[in-house]
Design a protein. Structure first.
Length: 118
């Protein structure tokens, strides 16, 4: 199994920045990729960004392209989500997840709340 713990959420004004972290532990050698998702109240969970562990290839939702950057620290088994130019519509609970292949995400963290005030 893989355990994931997110941190770094908080309250920020529109236009501000936050950096989320997701620390992985357990069978990290089985990780193929990591993803960031978010869920706002009353809305479905949506994809934000992803990263392939080997090679570092990234993918982003159109709504965050140019503002968010996903990166990794292999030595620390940690994935980051740098969020710049935050908007009120970015307010949500952010979750990281891992997958063992190019398929469904298997393991999820508990999430961290991001609130952007206007």
């Amino acid at each position: 199994q893989v355990q994931l713990v997110e941190s770094g959420g908080g309250l920020v004004q529109a236009g501000g920045s936050l950096r989320l972290s997701c620390a992985a532990s357990g069978r990290t050698n089985t990780i193929y990729g990591m993803g960031w998702f978010r869920q706002a109240p009353g809305k479905e969970r949506e994809f934000v960004a992803s990263l392939i562990w080997s090679g570092g290839r990234t993918n982003y939702a159109d709504s965050v392209k140019g503002r968010f950057t996903v990166s990794r620290d292999n030595a620390e088994n940690t994935v980051y989500l740098q969020m710049n130019s935050l908007k009120p519509e970015d307010t949500a609970r952010y979750y990281c997840a891992s997958r063992r292949s190019a398929g469904v995400y298997t393991y999820w963290g508990q999430g961290t709340q991001v609130t952007v005030s206007s």
